[in-house]
Design a protein around this ligand. Sequence first.
Ligand code: SF4
Length: 294
Amino acid sequence: MNKKSTPINPFADHPRLWRNCRYVYPVVSRRAEGLSIGVNLNHDQFCNFGCLYCQVDRSGACSRESIDIKLFTEELTLALDEANSGRIWQEPRFANVAQALRRVNDIAFSGDGEPTICPDFAQAVSAAALVRERMGPPSVKLVLITNATLLHQPRVQRALAIMDRNNGEIWAKLDCGTDDFFRRVNNPIGGVTLKRVLDNILESARQREIVIQTLLFKIDGQLPPQSEIDAYCRNIGKLLEGGAQIRTIQIHTVARRTASPSAGAIDDGDLAAISEQVKAAAPTVQVKVYGSGK
Ligand code: SF4
């Protein structure tokens, strides 16, 4: 019997596995508007958040290990070489990617946990900067996708300084307006507070332009309370008043299977309505909305 083949949706197909690589996984990302070469430094899957919407499967046993910088460099070189030569677009997972998206946007530190927790984070950023400089193109960004909890630590600041010299960009997570909702949604460990996240975002964004990523979702079928949206908008307003340079706020919702069955996608209409409130609170900031894509 002839089976109809189902086209692969390049945006939904985001495995952190590529060839035999340990650290590097290219994906086509709507937010990157092109190829994003993901870097996973978190093979121990450790995170200091336990977000209800997290998509990391932590059911398997994992162990801590230091990063093999030589191997990481080789893998990143391979990925950029495949992308620069155009060979990567012949792979089945990328075969349906539109021509306009066939460009390398970034090397993105984003893995199975918070990237800045990795003790070798600064060394990995330094190695990535060298590969980027050697292989380019110069427009390729070094992106850090982070929950912002550790941005104040000196070892992380050293890595951020390297990023700043290499077309770096911080994409900082901010999902909440109040500490109560923060504890419920992001489930932080080690006494991390929303104030710590906001202080770190403010300090980082005073030094360079940043992107804020906000994931909104239904909990047990309920939209986030209006009081929470209001408090979130006030937080954004305070960041801007304090001198934060926020280039873009990305508002998105869950698009794949989540850690908690209580977390569900917000439909496009509700997400658009919430984003209008964010736009009103931050009229100078570009607000982009990404639905679940379902
Ligand atoms: S910060 Fe990221 S990796 Fe950590 S629990 Fe939340 S979604 Fe998962």
